[in-house]
Design a protein around this ligand. Structure first.
Ligand SMILES: C[S@@+](CC[C@H](N)C(=O)[O-])C[C@H]1O[C@@H](n2cnc3c(N)ncnc32)[C@H](O)[C@@H]1O
Length: 205
């Protein structure tokens, strides 16, 4: 049996992202979110009605298999009017997922590999991609002509702030020759920018 890990334990090491998702919920209409490579980060469920988590780690499967524990972990932490429905898919997000194609309002890609490459089909047209540069997802999205940056996310003193003005000053490569999607994917790492943010929110056509 895998070791028991909970979100409350995990957020002691990575912090609590609930404020980030509350900020997104306050600014965009998001009901359904997909979080491939979530591990046990339950924070999106504090803000959104239906979140589908995906992970191939047995510890995540063990956590999400206990609905009483998941409910207890969320108790008192959900935003106004949020009645969270939590789904978990155990498996590899690079394979087709058991979710209605084109149904998600938000795809979350944080520290978990090339999520947007494999799971973009699950986003509805005009859906949102939240990505950081850790494994290159934000850097690749930034190079796609139809994908539009709609917010930069800043993180300081355990709080989150969304910036929606002056977005043209973000995602400007420090070294233009590094802005190559094939290179970024093969390295599995994002590139450096003249102005950086903790994460980026994109609208995907
Ligand atoms: C570094 S952790 C990040 C967890 C969480 N996204 C966060 O930001 O705190 C990466 C997670 O992605 C999962 N993962 C990586 N590749 C995966 C894949 N192809 N399918 C499913 N899960 C994957 C790992 O099992 C791990 O739990």
């Amino acid at each position: 049996m895998p070791k028991r890990v909970t979100w409350s334990q995990y957020r002691e090491s990575i912090g609590d992202r609930s404020g980030l998702f509350a900020a997104l919920a306050g600014a965009w209409s998001i009901e359904r979110a997909l979080y491939p490579g979530s591990y046990v980060d339950l924070s999106p469920s504090t803000a959104f009605g239906l979140v589908t988590y995906v992970d191939n780690d047995a510890r995540a499967a063990r956590f999400f298999a206990d609905p009483d524990l998941v409910r207890a972990e969320l108790a008192g932490l959900t935003g106004p009017g949020v009645d969270p429905e939590v789904r978990f898919l155990a498996g590899d997000y690079t394979k087709p997922l058991d979710v209605p194609e084109g149904s998600m309002d938000l795809l979350i890609s944080l520290y978990a590999g090339p999520v947007s490459e494999y799971c973009r089909r699950d986003l509805r047209p005009g859906g949102l991609l939240l990505a950081n540069t850790s494994h290159g997802d934000a850097s690749v999205a930034a190079l796609e002509p139809d994908v539009r940056l709609v917010a930069a996310v800043h993180h300081a003193n355990a709080g989150y702030r969304l910036v929606t003005d002056g977005l043209e000053t973000y995602l400007v490569p420090k070294r233009p020759e590094t802005a190559d999607a094939v290179r970024i994917r093969s390295s599995g790492r994002g590139i450096a920018y003249t102005r950086s943010a903790a994460a980026y929110l994109f609208e995907v056509p």
